[in-house]
Every structure is written in structure tokens, then in C-alpha cells.
Design a protein around this ligand. Structure first.
Ligand SMILES: O=C(O)CCC(=O)C(=O)O
Ligand SMILES: [Fe+2]
Length: 336
């Protein structure tokens, strides 16, 4: 077995190969939600450099690391244009369609891309940049407050297996926070309680109807509203006792009334905070998050709002589309 690696740095030739590929594909499909593109992704991904593909496959199969970075893609700053003011009201395809394709190609080597009907107006590939008026929000579009550590969509049973973030620009080197705790260092009594369904994780605010304009998804927004209030307790740790997986979002979790469960949640939250590292993404980086092992967040920063702000693209990947079958419009639909 090879040792898991953290970074794959593309050579200049590999970067050119990947760029030529995504530019070609961007002329052959209509946008990131093009049904034919989504069908073809794994076939197209076979044209990415072999070292890059092997790196992603090792990361997924070994299931050891919480995150890895593929570094060194070319980003054509002039073609993608200024960082937008908002993700709503953009053209299809956008000038950065080739970059969206790059993210989707990475995702298709790990599973199937999917999106939420209740998030970013049901778009499959999300934009992460600061939006005026949302500075203090606990969402990707916030800025002045630290985005606290979380599992992506921790509240939901169909949450992503992998979350991919691609950096288009980051002039102030604003860091993504990663925390890959050694859960075996927790006390046995805390571990035991964390493996039991003692905890309430609420939906985060990006899924609220007030942040979306999507029509015809009242049932989905009602379900989110119910999840804001129900008593469906879940375990924070799951999988093997020796090397557990984690789902956690302390900011959106209720403090358990039971003192022992409260203490266990505090212990794992403290461990997460103590295990934090900053990763400042560079343009051309693709950050691959194992959403069963890593909690992530973002350092606070001052937005510029002048077209040069930090700009990431994000996509959620599932290894099992079938589990959300009841919510998707057809076998190949991506929105849940
Ligand atoms: O902006 C970042 O680096 C991470 C934001 C985040 O948590 C996300 O996009 O899911
Ligand atoms: Fe996140």
C-alpha cells in the first residue's frame, strides 16, 4: 500500500493538458448542469493526466486523510473576469465554465456530483465569494466572522462524501481552516457517548427559503423547517471504533441537556479546535475534503467588493446517488 499523500503538484505539461481538455469540453456542452455533460464526465476524466487520477483514487480508496490538494492548474484571470457581486443572475455558461468543468472532472473520479434544491437556487456548482450585506453570516458568502468548523451539511443523512473547493483567486491568502482530529485520543467514556444518538444537528442557514428564489420546492423547504425543530438525535462518531468517522457542526448543534453528553460534545469540539490548521488556497488549487473525516471552516477577512475578492467554486460529491432516489426527479437527476 502506498503512503497517503497530501499534495499533488502538477507539472507545467500536466497543467497545460488539463487546461486544453477543459477548454475543449467547455465548447461542447451548454453548462455545468448539462445532462449529457454529467453522463460523460467519467469518460472525459480519463483524459486528465494519469498521475492526477491515480492521486485521487489513492486518496479515496485509502480513506485515511481528511483532505488533499491538487495544485498548479492554470487559471486564466482575464477570461474568468472580475469576481461577481452575487451568484444569482449570471449567464449560462459562465466565462469560468472551463473551471467548473475541472472541478466536476475531479468529482467524477470520486463519485457523482449532486446539489440541493434548497441551496444557491438549486445550482450544482456553487460560488463561494463574499457578498455585500452578508458579512457576518455563517455561510460561504460571509467574511468578517470566522466560519466555524463544520462537516458539510452535517444535519443531513445524504450529505456529501466529498466536498471539493477550487480556488480561482485569493489575493489576500485567506485561509480555509481544516481540522483532522485524532479521535482515538478522546476518553473512552466520551467516545462511547459520541457513538450513540445523543445529539441534535440543525440545518445551517444556507438552506433557508429566505436565501433562495427557487420555485416549486416548498416541500423541501418545509422539510428543512421541520429539521430545524425536530428531535431526531444522531451520533457524532460512526463507522469503526478504531478509526471513527465524524459528523459535527457545533455552531448549529443544540447543547445536550444530559450533562454526560454535553461533556462529550465539549471534549470533541475542543479537540477539533486544538487540531486546526490553516490552508490558504492558491489559484489553480483543488481542495478535496473527505467529509467523513475532516471538519472545515474559514478565517475571517475583510471583503474588497471591487471584483478582486477571493473566489472559490464548490461541488458536493456522493459515492451513492441511489440513497437519495426518493427525492430525485429521475435516476439521473442530481438535485435533492
Ligand atoms: O471559504 C472556504 O474556504 C470554505 C467555505 C466553506 O465552508 C464551504 O464552502 O463549504
Ligand atoms: Fe463548508
Amino acid at each position: 500500500m502506498s503512503t497517503p499523500k497530501r499534495i499533488y503538484a502538477l507539472s507545467a505539461d500536466e497543467a497545460a493538458e488539463a487546461e486544453n481538455l477543459t477548454l475543449r469540453i467547455s465548447k461542447e456542452y451548454s453548462g455545468p448542469a448539462d445532462e449529457q455533460l454529467l453522463r460523460d464526465l467519467p469518460l472525459l476524466a480519463a483524459e486528465l493526466p494519469v498521475g492526477q487520477r491515480r492521486f485521487l483514487r489513492d486518496f479515496a480508496l485509502e480513506d485515511e486523510l481528511g483532505y488533499a490538494v491538487v495544485r498548479g492548474h492554470n487559471i486564466d484571470d482575464a477570461r474568468i473576469g472580475p469576481t461577481p457581486q452575487h451568484w444569482r443572475g449570471r449567464p449560462t455558461p459562465t466565462p469560468e465554465f472551463a473551471e467548473e468543468i475541472l472541478l466536476l472532472l475531479h468529482g467524477s473520479l470520486l463519485g457523482e456530483p449532486f446539489g440541493w434544491k434548497t441551496q444557491q437556487d438549486a445550482r450544482l456548482v456553487h460560488d463561494i465569494f463574499p457578498i455585500q450585506g452578508f458579512e457576518t453570516e455563517q455561510m460561504g458568502i460571509g467574511s468578517t466572522d470566522t466560519l466555524t468548523l463544520h462537516t458539510e451539511d452535517a444535519f443531513h443523512p445524504w450529505r456529501a462524501d466529498y466536498l471539493l473547493l477550487e480556488c480561482l483567486r485569493n489575493p489576500d491568502k485567506v485561509a480555509t481552516i481544516v481540522s483532522e482530529p485524532d479521535l482515538r485520543s478522546l476518553d473512552a467514556k466520551h467516545l462511547e457517548l459520541l457513538h450513540e444518538p445523543n445529539f441534535l444537528i440543525r440545518p445551517d442557514d444556507s438552506h433557508l427559503a429566505k436565501h433562495n428564489e427557487t420555485k416549486g420546492v416548498d416541500a423541501e423547504f418545509s422539510e428543512i423547517a421541520e429539521m430545524k425543530a425536530d428531535d431526531n438525535r444522531v451520533a457524532v462518531l460512526y463507522g469503526s471504533r478504531e478509526h471513527p468517522y465524524i459528523r459535527i457542526d457545533p455552531y448549529f448543534m443544540e447543547t445536550p441537556t444530559d450533562p454526560a453528553a454535553r461533556e462529550a460534545l465539549q471534549a470533541v469540539s475542543d479537540l477539533l479546535e486544538a487540531s486546526c490548521l490553516d490552508v490558504a488556497l492558491e489559484p489553480g488549487d483543488v481542495l478535496i475534503i473527505n467529509n467523513h473525516r475532516l471538519a472545515h471552516g474559514r478565517q475571517a477577512f475583510q471583503a474588497r467588493y471591487d471584483g478582486t475578492d477571493r473566489w472559490l467554486k464548490r461541488v458536493s460529491i456522493t459515492t451513492d446517488l441511489r440513497k437519495s432516489h426518493e427525492r430525485r426527479a429521475s435516476a439521473t437527476a442530481r438535485l435533492i
